[in-house]
Design a protein around this ligand. Structure first.
Ligand code: GLY
Length: 374
């Protein structure tokens, strides 16, 4: 008999995991409190920056990111085939730039880390960086070209996942908040939504920054995630001044899209669940973008928005089993949800179907937050 799975949360992680399980023959229902993928997944810029955003102390996260980046092309191909939609996957890399001596020193440290891990990166001096990206400011003193970074149109990715999930037989229940997870004799047996018990053999909590507040979760199963606000602005590039590459400047990143939009992001604010757009937030983003690419001054502004990244205490995702049997978590992807979707889906599906946690996601277990010193 096919295994019944209930996924709480229809963002990129819930959808990708749901699609993977449905493809493997499970009967999957996703309960989404609003519209699928309209929170952090929609607000993202779509960067797949395993290389550019590397930190020496995050080696397990790097391993996960590199694996996800490696399987992304095949995953996108399958997704496009299954959904009949394209998702704008692009392979042009990321250019990190420095604007003064401090930035350049900082960048050198990151470059050393990237070289330490044998990542495909190249050091550029100011003129070399400008040759690659003529719109860069004359102030740019150095750059690092991250050859293997990619990007995708995250909104089209969401739309494709919804279609692929439903075509694979999945049931997507939007506007259906989960009231509480049902636990009987130490096992998750489903969840209550709209007054009805939806029975399942496994429950996966993938509700982004709301994951810790789902009703019915025992304290030991509550993933410690908080919202980290990111404000974004979309500009329209002019014909004569189109940025070619994704540019990471010290105070903003710039992501050119196929339709001529330039996404500029993002603030990182500890503001709880507030998603207001503020003058200060926009000012900082536009200043940060303008310092690196002065041409943005003339671009019309077309949209502003803010999203809530789900951040755990160590900013790595929380993946795997919980102390309650048949209850799983896949959340806390912070700045990397779009990048980590394929690997999360694959590893979570394997875990749910086999009961075995792979070495790749073992370091991401919920129980790491239960440890005490001494
Ligand atoms: N991944 C970019 C951000 O979170 O702003």
């Amino acid at each position: 008999m096919e295994k019944r799975i209930l996924v709480v949360g229809g963002g990129v992680i819930g959808l990708a995991t749901g699609w993977e399980l449905a493809r493997r023959g499970c009967a999957v229902r996703i309960c989404e409190r609003g519209k699928a993928g309209r929170e952090a997944s929609w607000a993202a810029a779509g960067m797949l920056s395993a290389l550019a955003e590397v930190h020496f102390e995050e080696q397990d996260l790097l391993r996960l990111g590199l694996e996800s980046a490696a399987i992304y092309p095949g995953w996108v191909e399958e997704l496009e085939e299954a959904s009949g939609l394209t998702v704008g996957y692009r392979t042009d890399g990321t250019l990190i730039v420095a604007l003064d001596r401090d930035d350049a020193r900082n960048l050198e440290h990151r470059f050393q880390t990237q070289k330490h891990f044998d990542l495909q990166v190249r050091w550029l001096d100011g003129p070399e960086a400008r040759e690659m990206e003529p719109l860069l400011s004359p102030r740019v003193t150095a750059g690092v070209w991250c050859l293997d970074d990619r990007h995708v149109d995250n909104r089209r990715l969401i739309e494709a996942l919804v279609v692929a999930f439903c075509k694979a037989g999945g049931e997507l229940a939007e506007e259906t908040p989960v009231e509480r997870v049902e636990i009987r004799d130490g096992k998750a047996t489903g969840a209550w939504a709209q007054g009805e018990l939806l029975e399942a053999e496994a429950v996966v909590v993938a509700a982004g920054c709301w994951s810790g507040s789902i009703g019915g979760l025992p304290e030991a199963c509550r993933p410690p995630v908080r919202p980290v606000k990111g404000q974004m602005v979309a500009l329209r590039m002019t014909q004569e001044a189109r940025l070619r590459n994704v540019v990471h400047a010290p105070d903003a990143y710039l992501v050119p899209k196929e339709d001529g939009c330039l996404f500029v992001g993002a603030t990182c604010e500890e503001m709880g669940f507030d998603t207001q757009i503020t003058a200060g937030g926009l000012y900082e983003l536009l200043r940060g973008a303008w310092e690196a690419v002065p041409a943005v001054y003339d671009y019309p502004m077309v949209e502003t928005w803010a999203g809530l990244r789900p951040a755990s205490r160590d900013h790595a995702p929380i993946l795997g089993k919980t102390p309650v049997e048949n209850l799983f978590v896949a959340t806390g992807h912070f700045r990397k949800g779009i990048l980590l979707a394929p690997v999360t889906a694959r590893e979570m599906a394997a875990l749910i179907l086999s009961g075995k946690t792979s070495d790749l996601i073992a370091p991401m277990r919920l129980e790491r937050f239960g440890r005490r010193l001494g």
